[in-house]
Design a protein around this ligand. Sequence first.
Ligand SMILES: [Zn+2]
Length: 281
Amino acid sequence: MEYCEQLKKGKVQMTSQEQLIQQLHQLGVIPGCVLVVHCAFSKVKPVENGPLGLIASLQQALEDEGTLVMPSMMGDEPVPFDPKTTQCLDMGVVANTFWQQPGILRSDCPHAFSATGPQAEWITSAHPIDPPHGLDSPVGRVYELDGYVLLLGVGHDANTTVHLAEDMAGVRYRRQTSVPLYQDGKLIQFDYEEIDHCCENFNKVDQWLDAEQLQRKGTVGHAKARLMRSRDVVNVVTARLQQEETIFLHPYGVDEECDEARASIGIGSLGSISGEGKSSQ
Ligand SMILES: [Zn+2]
């Protein structure tokens, strides 16, 4: 049956904002905390008042003392990032709705995050293009503030804080990338190397956190939800990466992104597969 038809026939229940707030509190969202939210609205809906209803519920669950943070980075557009106009559709409809609301702050960086609440100004203050997600970045600041990460209908492959952990662990793999920006009034491509790969294996973090009972699971709207401390993600992931630097990279030949990351530390050739899993210090 089509989704809309199911909704009309009452087979899919609309979650009210009041229910959402209850679900968030039940999951462990504490009023007054700093919370980064990664969300696939398609998994959460239907929700009273749509994406705006979910945003309002998150804000109400955090109360006035809490700070709500969402990814707001640009995609592959050929024009430079502008915090006032650049869409972030790759981050989902909730994140792309969030930054456009009155009073929401957005950092001025291609790797932007948006935020509202007492810590929003610091979290969205200037941060470098390179590295994108180190300690001096919005997710780095959330880590320093002992904030939380909430995954709504998405897995850890959407969890930017895992990139922070890679940076803090000092992994050596990189991928060539570039962003368009204006330099002295001229449009240029700024080239840099980013800690990156296909990120599918970030999903391993789910089991690692579960094994140490460091994440809470529940339901928000219709979506599977996971809540964890940013510091727990960083501690657990850096420990794994120190044992095995390439733990997130697919074996050679699975996808171009992981191949490029492997090649950047000299393990991109077929001949080195036997070295799989060994960390080179
Ligand atoms: Zn891969």
